[in-house]
Design a binder for this molecule. Structure first.
Ligand SMILES: [Mg+2]
Length: 207
């Protein structure tokens, strides 16, 4: 099963300190947690301005967070150890081997892995790498991705957007495939002597 995720973190060139992690599964389940052990005095100005204001643990009105968990969202404001435990359960509930996707995800992947310790401490059966939607985009000519209309730099909102951007690229790929197939169908109709193939080609073109 595919999982799209995002994290918010503080980093100083040596350490990456988790603030929050959001993940959405292919079957629609959602996970979101904030690290109760994060030392917010490490937040640089950018994080203070762009990330901290969106953290659910810092909202006076808990309405959004409460509605989300009532609707089945899983996660909490918790220690790294407990987040690691809850995240493993969330992922392992899904069918089959997990496949992780992030966007510009190198730091996100390391900070996720470090919830479990070293690379080899990752839960059994998990891949030791994450796929990157940015790489997928570049491999497809770097097309424009959908605008994010939700709160940017909130890990759950960003994880949902990462899923949407992935789906957008998959649909673009399908469109290109369709175009190729249609071009090829014309060729078959013009040149092939294979009656069956010509019939198929006509069906593709809707002729
Ligand atoms: Mg983010």
């Amino acid at each position: 099963m595919r999982y799209w995720f995002d994290t918010e973190f503080m980093e100083d060139g040596h350490t990456i300190e988790l603030l929050s992690i959001g993940m959405v599964a292919e079957d629609g389940r959602e996970f979101y947690a904030e690290n109760s052990q994060a030392d917010l005095s490490h937040a640089n100005e950018w994080v203070q301005e762009n990330v901290l204001p969106h953290l659910w643990s810092r909202q006076e009105d808990k309405g959004v967070a409460n509605r989300w968990s009532r609707d089945g969202g899983v996660g909490s404001f918790n220690t790294r150890r407990n987040i690691a435990f809850e995240l493993r359960r969330f992922v392992n509930e899904g069918e089959g081997k997990p496949e992780f996707w992030a966007y510009y995800g190198d730091y996100d992947w390391v900070v996720l892995c470090q919830l479990y310790g070293r690379m080899i401490d990752l839960p059994a059966g998990w891949p030791m790498f994450a796929m990157d939607v940015k790489q997928l985009a570049v491999s497809r000519g770097d097309p424009k991705l959908p605008e994010q209309t939700s709160t940017e730099h909130h890990a759950l909102a960003d994880a949902r957007w990462t899923r949407d951007a992935w789906a957008h690229l998959v649909m673009l790929g399908r469109e290109t495939q369709d175009q190729r197939l249609r071009a090829f169908a014309s060729l078959v109709i013009d040149y092939s002597n294979d009656a069956w193939a010509i019939e198929q080609a006509k069906a593709v073109l809707g002729a």
